[in-house]
Design a binder for this molecule. Structure first.
Ligand code: HEM
Length: 540
């Protein structure tokens, strides 16, 4: 009875927000990600693929719910004004750090900490993200795309279409770029394609990263006793998975320790240039410092490894998945592809550059506005991080909006209302829903239209309604890195190749092509599952 009463009273916690009922799972935990394809059901609060539908049903940009297990009042937001306050008022609304256990395997890191600890991690890494390092990201992306193109050209003749799995290739590309620009590991496409481990390692670098990523949730969910049991008793099937999981994380640790040893030698020998692995150097210097002030700029050995792991992961998977969706969208929308092609013709009339110089980034990036708009639009539609969770540490009041849904898709009678939020409650920033909210993106919010990210004299795209890189002090530290790498890769790809849907989808209705190519599943970030496209080299 007590439980019933506490759930009932919690469900009225957010003033006039419509109440969508109970949450059977914590919406920001591994188990919610794993069960997302089946539960909660469509039309229930927490449904992963609902986009803006529930907000439309209730005519509100804020929806109340309550966790059935601990009666925590939980507010779901798809409101730009309210989300901006939640993201910026860092003392009132704090990260739910428990949710980041999957990233804490090697120790604490920037993504999974809060308060003074988080500030220390961020202070160490911040100086590595600047315009000089972006220029280097551009240089490295040009190098890697050219090696990728060379590899593709060996697999087909000039007139034929080559079918590629975009995710596989783009994961390789983005991992090579972050490993080089962030960590000084300058491997070539070819070297990286070889699965042979270097001496002293059980797995090759790329295999170690991808296997560790694939087994991340298993690593997190496996209790220590099961690992101990697996070490003693043969467990059919499960035993093999546990062994592979352990091996991949051990092997990745070995590769990260190698990177650290190299960087230590650079720091001691003073042999570093401005553009060389700035991120790794900052992390290693913070680990080597003799300063007593641990709160200022010092990292423990565990924190050093854990940050390297986090940056390797956050620095490639998000970009690879977004780029894969972008490539699939360009196959589906030849008009947008043509616009990028024309833009790249103006930047590189004589074909793709074979190498870039330190000034290439500054010269080219500002001229690739439509390519940038396409990438933003891709992230709006397929935002890699679908939702974020904040815990409320002090009473506050937010503003959400009521509206009347209309047949045209444009909401009417939009009116603000105050939402009281009490300390102890929880907020879900529903990024997927925010990005589909027609109050900001119009009646055609679900459509792919890169031009909505191009400012004109009469129009400025709604910055506060785009949360793909989060916002406020905890916004993505690698945003400019990701934009630089992605615009460079997309522009080069379209300059050199025509992209089209794969043969088995050609001639099928557009809706079916879209459904097939743009399919995704929830994961550490949302993961495209069927991004197969065809490429043919353009003349000239
Ligand atoms: C398209 C690419 C990317 C997208 C959409 C993206 C998105 C995000 C989002 C939404 C967050 C907030 C996560 C949270 O609060 O839990 C975040 C944080 C972060 N991102 Fe990215 N990211 C991208 C690329 C990158 C890259 C390339 C790097 C590194 C080079 C990076 C490093 C980080 C780090 C370290 C954080 C934590 C920041 C903090 O807590 O202070 N990201 N990113």
């Amino acid at each position: 009875v007590q439980k019933y009463l506490s759930v009932r009273s919690a469900s009225h916690a957010f003033g006039g927000c419509p109440d969508a009922g109970v949450l059977w799972l914590h919406p920001f935990r591994t188990v919610a990600l794993l069960s997302a394809p089946w539960f909660p059901l469509k039309d229930q609060i927490g449904y992963y693929f609902g986009k803006f539908a529930l907000y439309e049903k209730y005519g509100s940009t804020g929806i109340a719910s309550v966790s059935v297990w601990d009666a925590t009042p939980t507010l779901w937001l798809a409101d730009a004004q309210a989300i901006k306050i939640v993201a910026t008022e860092a003392t009132v609304f704090q990260k739910d750090v428990e949710a980041y256990e999957a990233l804490n395997i090697y120790g604490p890191n920037m993504v999974g900490t809060e308060g003074t600890d988080w500030r220390r991690h961020r202070r160490v890494a911040n100086p590595a993200f600047n315009e000089a390092s972006n220029a280097f990201v551009w240089i490295e992306t040009v190098r890697v795309v050219n090696e990728w193109f060379a590899d593709m050209d060996t697999r087909t003749d000039a007139d034929s279409f080559l079918t590629i799995d975009a995710v596989e290739d783009l994961v390789q590309l983005t991992l090579l770029v972050i490993a080089s620009a962030g960590f000084g590991r300058r491997a070539s496409w070819q070297e990286d394609s070889a699965a042979t481990p270097p001496p002293g390692h059980k797995l090759a670098f790329r295999t170690a990263v991808s296997t560790a990523l694939a087994y991340l949730f298993i690593k997190v969910l496996t209790p220590a006793w099961l690992n101990a049991l697996g070490a003693r008793v043969p467990l059919p099937y499960l035993g093999r998975i546990l062994t592979e999981t352990g091996e991949s994380f051990d092997s990745l640790r070995g590769h990260m320790v190698d990177l650290v040893s190299l960087a230590r030698a650079w720091v001691v020998g003073g042999k570093v240039s401005n553009m060389d692995a700035g991120l790794l150097r900052n992390l290693v210097e913070a680990n080597m410092t003799q300063a007593d002030d641990v709160h200022h700029k010092k990292l423990t050995d565990e924190e050093l490894l854990s940050n390297i792991f986090t940056f390797l992961l956050a620095g490639h998977e998000t970009s690879a998945h977004s780029l894969s969706f972008a490539v699939a969208l360009l196959a589906l929308y030849p008009d947008a592809q043509q616009k990028i092609y024309e833009e790249t013709l103006r930047v590189w009339p004589d074909g793709c550059p074979e190498a870039a110089s330190p000034s290439s980034y500054k010269e080219c990036m500002p001229k690739l506005q439509y390519t940038l708009a396409t990438f933003y639009e891709t992230i709006r539609l397929f935002t890699p991080v679908a939702r974020l969770c904040k815990l409320v540490h002090a009473d506050a009041t937010l503003t959400a909006h009521r509206f009347t849904p209309s047949a045209t898709g444009t909401p009417t009678d939009v009116a603000p209302f105050a939402v009281p939020v009490k300390a102890g409650s929880m907020i879900i920033i529903d990024i997927l829903a925010l990005h589909m909210n027609p109050m900001y993106w119009g009646a055609d919010a679900v459509e792919f239209k890169p031009a909505r990210f191009v400012d004109t004299e009469a129009y400025r795209w709604p910055r506060d309604a785009f949360f793909g890189f989060s916002g406020g002090p905890r916004s993505c530290i690698g945003q400019r890195f990701a934009l630089t790498e992605s615009v460079c890769a997309l522009a080069n790809l379209v300059r050199r190749y025509e992209i089209r849907v794969p043969g088995h989808l050609a001639g099928k209705p557009f809706a079916e092509q879209k459904r097939s190519l743009l399919r995704w599943k929830p994961g550490v970030t949302i993961t495209p599952t069927n991004c197969e496209v065809q490429l043919r080299r353009r003349a000239g």
